[in-house]
Design a protein. Structure first.
Ligand code: HEM
Length: 201
C-alpha cells in the first residue's frame, strides 16, 4: 500500500535537521578543507583534538539527558577513548575541559545534539578512505582509532528510529534544530588554528 500524499510531503525531524543545519555542516567542513592533502598531519591533529574535546564535553550531557540508555543497547566502541588514543599517538598535549553551552537538554534538544554527534559517523568512512596511503592496503598515514570507532553507523540509525517514534510539533522541531546548530557551532569553536588544545606536546 502506498503512503498518502500528505504523509509523503511531511518532512521528518531528520529531514529538517539536515536541511536547516546544512550551512553549519558546510562551515565546519570548510574549516578542515585540505586536511587530507596536508602531509604534515597538522590539520588532522586539529580534527582529532576537536573531537576529543567535543566528546568529553557532550557525552556526559547526553548520558544525563532523556536520551540516556540509547548508547548502551549495542555498546559500540567508545569514540572518546578512541580520540584519546589517537591524540596520544599524535603527541597532542592533554586538553583542559570545556563546557558545552546546553548542559540540561530536553528530549528534542537532545535529539538535535545527538544528531550532530551521531551523524558525523556518516562522514567517517569517506575520511578513512582518504587517509589510506593506498586503497588496496590497510596502511594509513595517521592513527585512525577515532574514525574507525566512528564508522559504525548503527547508533545513527537507532537515533533516527527513536526520533521517528516521537511526535514532533513545530516548536519541538525548532528546539531540536537550534540545539543542533549550537552543537555545530561548539565543534567549530574547538577547531581553531591557534587553539592551545591542539598544541603538540
Ligand atoms: C572534514 C570533515 C567532514 C567531512 C569531510 C564530512 C563529510 C560528510 C559526508 C560525506 C556526509 C554524508 C554521508 C552520507 O550521506 O553517506 C556527512 C554527513 C554528516 N556529517 Fe559530516 N563531515 C565532516 C565533519 C563532520 C563533523 C565534525 C560533524 C559533527 C560535528 C559532522 C556531522 C555530520 C552530520 C550530522 C551528517 C548527517 C547529515 C544527514 O542527516 O544526512 N560532519 N558528513
Amino acid at each position: 500500500m502506498s503512503a498518502s500524499p500528505s504523509s509523503q510531503s511531511v518532512p521528518s525531524l531528520r529531514d529538517r535537521l539536515r536541511a536547516d543545519t546544512r550551512e553549519a555542516h558546510e562551515a565546519l567542513d570548510a574549516s578542515f578543507a585540505g586536511m587530507f592533502a596536508d602531509a604534515t598531519g597538522t590539520r588532522y591533529a586539529r580534527f582529532i583534538a576537536m573531537n576529543r574535546a567535543a566528546h568529553a564535553a557532550i557525552d556526559p550531557v547526553l548520558a544525563a539527558s532523556p536520551l540516556a540508555g540509547l548508547k548502551d543497547e549495542e555498546a559500540p566502541a567508545d569514540r572518546l577513548d578512541a580520540a584519546h588514543r589517537d591524540a596520544l599517538a599524535l603527541g597532542l598535549a592533554p586538553a583542559p575541559p570545556v563546557r558545552f553551552p546546553l548542559p540540561g537538554p530536553d528530549l528534542f534538544e537532545a535529539f538535535g545534539i545527538a544528531y550532530v554527534l551521531e551523524g558525523s559517523r556518516l562522514g567517517a568512512k569517506y575520511m578513512l578512505r582518504a587517509i589510506k596511503i593506498d586503497q588496496r592496503t590497510d596502511d594509513v598515514r595517521w592513527p585512525t582509532d577515532y574514525l574507525e570507532a566512528s564508522s559504525d553507523a548503527r547508533p545513527f540509525t537507532r537515533l533516527l528510529d527513536r526520533m521517528a517514534a516521537e511526535r514532533a510539533d513545530e516548536p519541538a522541531i525548532r528546539r531540536a534544530v537550534e540545539a543542533a546548530d549550537v552543537t555545530f557551532r561548539f565543534f567549530r569553536s574547538l577547531c581553531g588554528d591557534d587553539d592551545k588544545r591542539t598544541t603538540r606536546a
